[in-house]
Design a protein around this ligand. Sequence first.
Ligand code: MG
Length: 266
Amino acid sequence: MRIARFVHPTSPTAPEGVAWGVVEGPLDAPREELTVAAIAGHPFEAVARTGDRWALPDVRLLAPILPSKVVAIGKNYADHAREMGGEAPASPVIFLKPSTSVIGDGDAIRLPASSRRVDHEAELAVVIGRPAKDVPAGHALEHVLGFTAANDVTARDQQAADGQWTRGKGYDSFCPLGPWIETELDPADLRVTARVNGEARQDGRTRDLIHSVADVIAFISAVMTLLPGDVILTGTPAGVGPIVAGDTVEVTVEGVGTLRNRAINR
Ligand code: MG
């Protein structure tokens, strides 16, 4: 099931507003052919359709979730660790991106004038569905609502200059998520790609994650409680590179879909 969050127009039974809904139609169908059916309340419990339904082009997609925090994993693919000039660390290195960095599909990545080099990082994102504290890896996936695509946008020059990553990865709009959450997906071996203006830049598979989705949930939940809606960015494969104003970045996660954002000067 694909869960989207969106602004919908007035319908016979609902005034204009924001809702969660279920995206209906084949995974490979163009968006013009998809519909979205509103659900009552939030998607963390049994999903009940309200009966309201719109063509997908008639709604505006929002970030599919508003996390209390975004926890990201650094250097979780060996090929990316090498391109950054080092080895992958033995245990996961985690960092936080602020909730205010989250944007949705179609929203603009706003490039700060203070950075000379902003990179894309295509990643599989995990959306937590049930509180997770000290969860063993064997039970970690029970706490997952679903998966979406993410772009861990990074001011690479500031990441390097600061010695820690809060500024370089924390700007408003530096965490595109979407276009929706797929709730029925095995994360073990999914293709993760990035294209910029249609040109292939990254092409990896989650089977090459050094620390698996279950392992990173267990690792993080031993440090901090993961709440429903929290998001984990699992790391990026090799091929990160710069984006400039006017570029369109597409992150595709197999089984989820394509997250598309344009970069502009803020
Ligand atoms: Mg990253």
